[in-house]
Design a protein around this ligand. Sequence first.
Ligand code: FAD
Length: 383
Amino acid sequence: MIIVGGGLAGLRTAETLRAQGYAGGLTLVGAEPHAPYDRPPLSKAVLRGETDDTTVAADFDALDCATLLGRRATGLGEELETTEGPLAFDGLVIATGATPIRLPGDGPQHVLRTIDDARALRAALRPGARLVIVGAGWIGAEVATAAAAAGCRVTVAEAADAPLAGAVGAEAGTRTARWYAEAGVELRHGVKAASVEAGGLELAGGGSIEADLVLTGVGVRPETGWLEGSGLALENGVVVDEGLRTSRPGVFAVGDCAAWWSARFGRRLRVEHWDVALNAPDVVAANLLGGERTYDAVPYFWSEQFGRMVQYAGHHPAADTTVWREDPEADRWSLCWLSGERLVAILTVDRPRDLVQGRRLIASGAAVDAGRLADPQIPVKAT
Ligand code: FAD
């Protein structure tokens, strides 16, 4: 059995296969030279200089799993093609994650996906350095937090009218704009980046923003280019069914690279959430071993930005109305998304109890009264 991708989803696949009794050969092929590590701390503790190593504790000897690190899969036919020759397999799990989108240009452009990216960015975050962050998404907000704390002069250039608009919509995102100002970060809306040049960021409509360095945080693409021509269905990721099976028998995909069918939301979902990489491999392992399990967890994501814990569960594009809990101008608030009488997503700011209760309610599919939901003194639960 071969697992391609040495991130969390790849490691968890190896662990869950063994935990479920798989006794055959197991090989993990990973393009990075590093053992599997956690990415969430890269934009948090690593940038703050609190840690330099986020390796996930794993014992590959005990797992009896060969690791071929620094080796990249380049194609998929009868065998797995890699940079150091083909590998035969009887089962294959694709866990190749995603790659950040870069802007054109030869200027000092950083992205943040790997531990090497994080170390390089941290080294550049010197007091007084002029940093332009392209994109006020999750990564942009977290880097802005760390960079402002490091004494950089930070400008965030966002194409939409509000931070996080692409991730959670403008209604919620607008409420986070003042966090930037409070941290001394300049937030510029409606700014379309064109390229990164020596002097800074060139803008699409003409003009530029001077910078010593630019961090591009405009999203990622699923890492599936190496599967072109393999015959696997690819559409915004590797297309998999509710059991995380690809269109080819014995081949599965999981984590950031996989777009799975969610019966709960009646659509295909591909999310870049640590929780999926942690938990979905359990379903892959069961089904590789002949099981019939379904992966349809309520998606969950968190972000730590400007001293706040922001948490999100569900899938808000499925909603038709919203309900606020607490005044959104207050320090702590939640926004609930409803489809009819069902809660389909919740975003919480420093209200972890709402998040836990909301995720449970979304999973249950039970009806909820919008009036009661709006009362922050009443728990988020079915009516
Ligand atoms: P990855 O972690 O990307 O691992 C894929 C691995 O496959 C990589 O090592 C890659 O090099 C390798 N690979 C790619 N192509 C090939 C190939 N052809 N051959 C061999 N190997 C290959 N999520 C949250 O929920 N909360 C957070 O706060 C949060 N913060 C984040 C902060 C940062 C900076 C980043 C980058 C991500 C963050 N995430 C967060 C998202 C979360 O880390 C990802 O969802 C998770 O890492 C996905 O795991 P994965 O194993 O699917 O992919």
